[in-house]
Write a protein that binds this ligand. Structure first.
Ligand SMILES: CC(=O)SCCNC(=O)CCNC(=O)[C@H](O)C(C)(C)COP(=O)(O)OP(=O)(O)OC[C@H]1O[C@@H](n2cnc3c(N)ncnc32)[C@H](O)[C@@H]1OP(=O)(O)O
Length: 216
């Protein structure tokens, strides 16, 4: 029998995860939970209410959850709350992603279609590897980080915890992107990015401090 799963977060990323789960099979999504549910359903799945419904879902046999929240700090905080209620977080890898046998994906992380995980790539817990992102051999992505659509991380790049590598950004091999840093869309990162920095452009240069949660 398929294990039952609830999705926390009824926004755009939630929609992407519904599609992922339907392609994956073997796990039955029962609905979505959201702090401020705007609509009664999403792509045919019910929006069940806010987090107050979660204990009842656990009692009803829903044992799995995935967190569809783009902001890294909010995603990790939500994971702690749901773990305390006893939910488990399977890594979810879309069947149209390409994963080397030696690549690993941590609990609660999601890998979307056409993403590539090369040899010995390591994706930590509660990360997002978005559509078409390329993580080459030996790339390390730490807890809560987000590799946005189409970014290119060549061999040996390290993405620190909660960092965001923006859509279409590319990096030089073996650079380190510090914890909580943001790499803007389309940037070309040629040297290490300090923790918490915001960089953009070609070549990437500092743009300021990390934006407020949810702003990117
Ligand atoms: C499935 C999905 O959709 S996943 C979504 C993934 N998300 C992303 O890829 C978004 C990544 N975020 C960005 O690129 C953002 O533009 C950020 C974080 C770099 C900057 O955002 P903010 O802090 O809101 O900056 P803001 O838009 O006010 O721009 C500040 C300055 O930086 C410049 N700037 C903003 N983004 C970039 C960029 N990607 N490259 C170069 N310059 C940039 C702006 O032109 C502006 O310059 P100015 O001061 O000379 O006018």
């Amino acid at each position: 029998m398929a294990e039952k799963l609830v999705i926390l977060g009824a926004g755009g990323h939630g929609r992407a995860l519904i599609e992922l789960l339907r392609e994956l099979g073997g796990i039955e999504p029962v609905g979505l939970v959201d702090a401020t549910p705007a609509l009664p359903e999403m792509l045919g799945l019910p929006v069940l209410g806010d987090e107050s419904v979660l204990p009842g879902l656990r009692r009803a046999g829903v044992g799995l959850a995935c967190i569809a929240i783009g902001d890294a700090a909010a995603r990790l905080a939500a994971a702690e709350r749901l773990a305390a209620l006893g939910f488990g977080f399977p890594p979810l890898v879309h069947p149209a992603a390409i994963r080397a046998r030696s690549a690993t994906v941590g609990e609660g992380s999601v890998v979307l279609p056409r993403a590539v995980l090369g040899a010995a790539a390591r994706v930590g817990r509660f990360c997002i590897v978005n559509t078409g992102a390329i993580l080459e051999h030996d790339v390390v992505v730490e807890e809560g980080a987000h590799c946005a659509p189409g970014c290119v991380l060549p061999g040996g790049v390290r993405v620190g915890a909660r960092a965001l590598v923006g859509a279409g950004a590319a990096c030089r091999p073996y650079v380190t992107i510090g914890a909580g840093a943001v790499v803007g869309t389309g940037a070309a990162v040629t040297e290490d990015v300090p923790p918490g920095a915001v960089v953009g452009g070609v070549p990437a240069r500092p743009l300021g401090q990390a934006p407020a949660p949810g702003a990117v």
